[in-house]
Write a protein that binds this ligand. Sequence first.
Ligand SMILES: CC(C)(COP(=O)(O)OP(=O)(O)OC[C@H]1O[C@@H](n2cnc3c(N)ncnc32)[C@H](O)[C@@H]1OP(=O)(O)O)[C@@H](O)C(=O)NCCC(=O)NCCS
Length: 324
Amino acid sequence: MSLRVIPATGELLEQILDQTFPVWGEGLAREAYGKYNRAQASTPWGATNLRRFALVDDDGRILASAKQYDLEAVLDNERVKAMGLGAVFTPEAHRGHGYGAELLRLMMARAAGEGFGLALLFSEIAPSYYEHLGFRLVPTNQVSLSVRPGKRPGPLAISMRSGDRDDIRAIVEMNASARAGYRFALVRDADHVGFAIAKKRLLAASGAPGHRRVEFFVVEEGGRAAAYVVLLEVGAFAMVTECGDRDPSGARVGAMLQTILARDAASVSHLRAWLPPGFVPPQVEVVAHEIPPVSMMMRPLGRQVWPAPPLEPRDILWWHADAF
Ligand SMILES: CC(C)(COP(=O)(O)OP(=O)(O)OC[C@H]1O[C@@H](n2cnc3c(N)ncnc32)[C@H](O)[C@@H]1OP(=O)(O)O)[C@@H](O)C(=O)NCCC(=O)NCCS
């Protein structure tokens, strides 16, 4: 039997969506799950940077499938093409034959040949599965936050407005300044920033009305966004999926969070973030370090050079919005 890796589109993709829906359906209806996936792939960034592959046998049967995100990262001051692996799946009937591992090996070999220097993933299963494939854990910094109430509570505490497409250029610049001082971070262009926000919005829009809420706020200075916050709210829980501030202290982000929480006093009671170590706005306190439900893992491709010394939490800037 010969095995091949092929792009999963059309009918093949529909089969994969049928198979993966019970695992990654996120509480959506099957049709909405399909739309949510196709809509991500139709965004300007998704159309060029997000692909799904399948390992198939001679009869065209799907033995395993996975997504590949083409990313750019900075590691120890060098730009590196990184492949993000996601939604690794083997249909139940074919499990335990090494197909999942084989698909990943073939995808990584091809990516290495195309100049990718790094593979990244967020494991939802025991990391040992990926350790056998050469991956190692990378620390993430999920924290639970408390925000000191502002002196002037209420919606007028700081003048903020909803963010939009025109703010994305300023966000790219804020992200670039924020990377200084960290050894490892994602480098996002305007399309990628747009994708990260659109993906959250698409998920919220695909589910039951009001179940998930995405909010994107900016504060302006001199006619441009000078700080921003993106929040994903599910019931009483809110995740700051990303934020940024031209003021390195993060004071404007802190003031925005004060305003949002004063407005939402009755609803949001748990605020968390994957906070870059060292970035804690003055109004904010880290109350607990948490274990996120996924483990970030990496593996160098090609020359197989690991970062030295090994990455520590303080070296990494990786927002929840950067996970895939
Ligand atoms: C995880 C998964 C992709 C493995 O696929 P597979 O083709 O059976 O994997 P392989 O045959 O390459 O490897 C089998 C090994 O994986 C291990 N494995 C399977 N599920 C595992 C899990 N949840 N945690 C850790 N190891 C797991 C098996 O114990 C087996 O180990 P062994 O070789 O030491 O006996 C498959 O079980 C699956 O699709 N699960 C549901 C989706 C999922 O959770 N995907 C991972 C998202 S990060």
